[in-house]
Design a protein around this ligand. Structure first.
Ligand SMILES: NC(=O)c1ccc[n+]([C@@H]2O[C@H](COP(=O)([O-])OP(=O)(O)OC[C@H]3O[C@@H](n4cnc5c(N)ncnc54)[C@H](OP(=O)(O)O)[C@@H]3O)[C@@H](O)[C@H]2O)c1
Length: 330
């Protein structure tokens, strides 16, 4: 059974691993709602409480799917969802990121309907919106807390200045950002600030979008609607260099009787008990394997070996293409 971790100082407590649900609806190949729902149910049995979704995943489908999976089980789950991400809609048009207060309120009403619930446990702004001062955004989010529609607040991929300003309006419980053995950009500024302010970190993509497990192909082998087709780390010479990094992780894992996914997730868990990784999967077999990471104790020698052979400086290519990187607030 998974243990729990406290995130922030407002009372949010979640399982030490969360389940990333995005891939159940989008970005990582064929989807299978039956298996996805079975995965959510198995996660509850294994002690997961934190389930991560967003308006943008699908768009919309993922919240509906999670709502279906949690029907009759809502009280066992901490639902985290997000607003304010640029989305390609099913009719081919694009909805720009929009964090205007009136839009935040509308999106939350729609998310509640799709999730089939009367409250969202964790509400994140999905990307900082340069058009709307963060004070106004968090002010709207705080209003939803007052109304009981939202319990705890978070931001995604927010930088130091934004987190400070937001936290002054209403305490944040969490910031969600990419954080993994091969993506450590938070260590220099954001993570120390979160610790200063007493805000938890939810680390997404702990498996490097699956690449660290060894099963991911070159970018050009995926169709356009698969995230991996646009991932600079999977392109050309970057892919070759990064394959060597993943191989080093695999070798360290094998020496310790672990799978690479377990070692990668265990590394995140060892960075502090104020951090919760949310590995994504749409299948029970990976979920069960990944859950094993919670029982792994890494000694100083292993952590040092990881630092030596798997770290951001050895990784080729940025984690997003230029268009997506422009949304990251640093
Ligand atoms: N806030 C944000 O901007 C943001 C951005 C990205 C993601 N997220 C959240 O973070 C969650 C996790 O990130 P992610 O899903 O993008 O990346 P991830 O967790 O690093 O990797 C997910 C990929 O790894 C595969 N996988 C999982 N366990 C595996 C195992 N044991 N062996 C081999 N392959 C395995 C999955 O395959 P299958 O899909 O086939 O199971 C999927 O393709 C998402 O689901 C989403 O909720 C948030």
């Amino acid at each position: 059974m998974l243990k729990t971790r406290k995130l922030g100082r407002q009372g949010l407590e979640v399982s030490e691993l969360g389940l990333g649900c995005m891939g159940m609806s989008q970005w990582y190949g064929r989807t299978d709602d039956r298996e996805s729902i079975a995965t959510v149910h198995r996660a509850l049995e294994l002690g997961y409480t934190l389930f991560d979704t967003a308006e943008a995943y699908g768009p919309y489908d993922n919240e509906i799917l999670l709502g279906r999976a949690l029907a009759g089980r809502r009280d066992r789950a901490v639902i985290a969802t997000k607003f304010g991400f640029p989305m390609k809609l099913k009719d081919g048009t694009t909805a720009e990121a929009d964090s205007r207060p009136e839009h935040v309120v509308e999106v939350v009403e729609a998310s509640l309907r799709r999730l089939g619930t009367d409250h969202i446990d964790v509400l994140y702004q999905h990307r900082v919106d340069p058009k709307v001062p963060i004070e106004e955004v968090v002010g709207a989010m705080a209003g939803l807390v007052e109304q009981g529609k939202v319990r705890y607040l978070g931001l995604c991929e927010a930088g130091v200045a934004t987190v400070r300003r937001a936290h002054a309006v209403h305490p944040l419980s969490v910031v969600q950002s990419e954080f993994s053995v091969w993506e450590r950009n938070l260590e220099d500024g954001v993570l120390p600030l979160l610790r200063e302010l007493g805000i938890g970190l939810v680390g997404f993509c702990p498996l490097g979008r699956g690449f660290l497990t060894g099963g991911v192909l070159r970018a050009e082998e995926y169709p356009d609607d698969d995230f991996r087709s646009h991932d600079p780390r999977l392109q050309g010479a970057n892919y070759d260099q990064n394959t060597a990094v993943a191989a080093a992780l695999r070798a360290l894992a094998a020496e310790r009787g672990l799978t690479p996914a377990q070692l990668a997730i265990a590394w995140v868990l060892h960075q502090g008990d104020d951090i919760v990784p949310i590995p994504g999967t749409k299948r029970r077999s990976y979920l069960e394997e990944n859950t094993g990471a919670a029982d792994v104790a890494l000694d100083a020698e292993t952590l040092a070996a990881i630092d030596l052979s798997v770290r951001t400086e050895l990784v080729a290519g940025p984690r997003y293409n230029d268009r997506m990187m422009a949304y990251i607030d640093r």
